[in-house]
Design a protein around this ligand. Structure first.
Ligand SMILES: Nc1ncnc2c1ncn2[C@@H]1O[C@H](COP(=O)(O)OP(=O)(O)OP(=O)(O)O)[C@@H](O)[C@H]1O
Ligand SMILES: [Mg+2]
Length: 113
């Protein structure tokens, strides 16, 4: 079981979702995020208050999958999100210790799928 976290440009979310659906990945969590990558953010002082500049709006998507779905999920995100320009985003893959469906008590791969 892996947790796939991706930061993508907000305007490609629908395209990414469509590509995920084509790969039969339907479960997803999405939140608004602010971030910067290797182009770096910086902070400056405005009227005595430190403010972050250059933190850009991103969407953070989280998808927990069984192992056979890891690569198809990554491929779908890339198909939907890649423009070839800087800021296209980044994908992180993390191990999942456990997953529990609250309603049934199902655990592990049964709960994720
Ligand atoms: N190492 C990181 N740790 C945490 N978040 C990151 C990291 N790298 C990127 N992100 C998040 O992903 C978003 C998109 O990153 P981005 O695509 O700009 O990566 P990059 O490494 O700068 O690549 P590129 O040169 O293609 O822009 C960032 O705004 C940030 O929210
Ligand atoms: Mg960048």
């Amino acid at each position: 079981m892996k947790l796939i976290i991706a930061y993508i440009q907000p305007h490609v979310l629908n395209e990414v979702k469509q590509e995920l659906y084509k790969s039969e990945v339907y479960k997803i969590s999405v939140t608004n995020a602010m971030g910067c990558g290797q182009q770096k953010g910086y902070s400056e002082h405005y009227r005595g208050v430190e403010v972050e500049v250059n933190l850009l709006k991103k969407m953070r998507i989280e998808i927990a999958v069984n192992d056979t779905f890891v690569q198809p999920t990554i491929d779908a995100i890339i198909r939907g999100a890649r423009s070839g320009e800087i800021g296209d985003g980044k994908i992180f893959v993390l191990p999942i210790e456990q997953c529990i469906r609250i309603r049934t008590g199902d655990t592990g791969t049964n709960a994720i799928g």
